[in-house]
Design a protein around this ligand. Structure first.
Ligand SMILES: NC(=O)c1ccc[n+]([C@@H]2O[C@H](COP(=O)([O-])OP(=O)(O)OC[C@H]3O[C@@H](n4cnc5c(N)ncnc54)[C@H](OP(=O)(O)O)[C@@H]3O)[C@@H](O)[C@H]2O)c1
Length: 269
């Protein structure tokens, strides 16, 4: 049996589905099981209860544990969990001083110190980040944000989920830190255009000044906003490296952003 934390999230939901499809038992954790809306086959439990009994592997989604993972890891050891798969971030490769990278790296190290088996998945930008544009696209079709020409290599969250499922159920990824990306480097303006092609209506990207972008991102903690704006400023007109890990691990090419957009037409139209 596998415990999936952050199970209602971008990646977790797909991991739950993938494991159930393959015939595994799944316990999916959410702060609110009543509204989690997860597949019928999954046992849904409360994150705060940390019910790890009987689990072979745990998918650790840091987004569900901002207050730390001490108790989760302690319970995992005591419950006889064999393996922890961390939904980490490629930001760990940015070097010390980047708050997003530092946070995930500390967590990776904490997991390694348990003595349990581990895999650290290190994806870059999720394609799902574009869902944050949905209101603007449904409105006037103009996405407003920083650095129109900043490159990322957006990865379809289903590809991260496929690798996560593999890491939980097989032995070949134990002790590895796969860097995961989509198949092509795209600017924010490219992503907006591709969503427009998927919904059959033009979508454009209007660049905001860094100050205006900062104000629009006030929902996130200031150091995180600073780190993201710095990443994107560095990536203006600079295509980012594409990883082939999704294909190597899953045996099929990483999904394109156009495929992702076609799957999400209803979110934007
Ligand atoms: N987005 C990216 O581009 C990106 C790139 C690389 C790495 N990452 C990393 O991937 C991980 C997942 O990120 P995500 O943005 O996709 O999040 P997410 O997985 O969509 O969210 C995870 C789930 O955590 C729960 N949650 C949210 N806030 C919580 C809180 N304060 N306390 C407890 N539970 C909470 C929510 O589930 P319930 O409401 O059901 O409890 C949510 O569905 C993060 O560690 C992130 O840093 C993200």
């Amino acid at each position: 049996m596998f415990v999936i934390t952050g199970a209602t999230g971008n990646v977790g939901r797909h991991v739950v589905a993938e494991l159930l499809d393959a015939g595994h038992k799944v316990r999916a954790l959410s702060r609110d099981p009543a509204t989690a809306s997860l597949p019928d086959g999954a046992e849904v439990a409360r994150t705060a209860d940390l019910p790890l009994e009987g689990a072979t592997g745990v998918l650790l989604n840091p987004a569900a544990f901002w207050n730390g993972v001490d108790e989760l890891l302690d319970r995992a050891r005591r419950a006889g969990v064999r393996r922890i798969v961390v939904l980490s971030s490629s930001a760990v490769l940015a070097g010390e001083g980047n708050p997003i990278g530092d946070h995930h790296l500390a967590l990776e190290r904490q997991v390694e110190a348990t003595g349990l088996e581990w895999t650290h998945l290190r994806p870059g930008a999720f394609a799902a980040n574009a869902l944050g544009w949905a209101d603007q696209i449904r409105g006037n079709g103009v996405v407003r944000g920083p650095h129109a020409r900043a490159h990322t290599v957006p990865i379809d969250e289903r590809d991260i989920a496929a690798v996560a499922a593999r890491a939980l159920t097989g032995d070949d990824l134990a002790g590895t830190r796969p860097e995961l990306s989509g198949p092509e480097s795209l600017t924010f303006a490219d992503q907006a255009r591709i969503i427009g092609e998927a919904i059959g209506r033009p979508v454009t990207y209007e660049e905001l000044s860094p100050e205006a972008a900062r104000a629009a991102m006030a929902y996130a903690p200031e150091p995180v906003v600073d780190a993201l704006l710095a990443f994107w400023a560095e990536a203006v007109d600079r295509p980012q490296p594409v990883s082939s890990e999704v294909e190597r691990i899953t045996g099929r090419p990483a999904r394109t952003f156009a495929e992702w957009a076609a799957e999400h037409v209803r979110d934007f139209a």
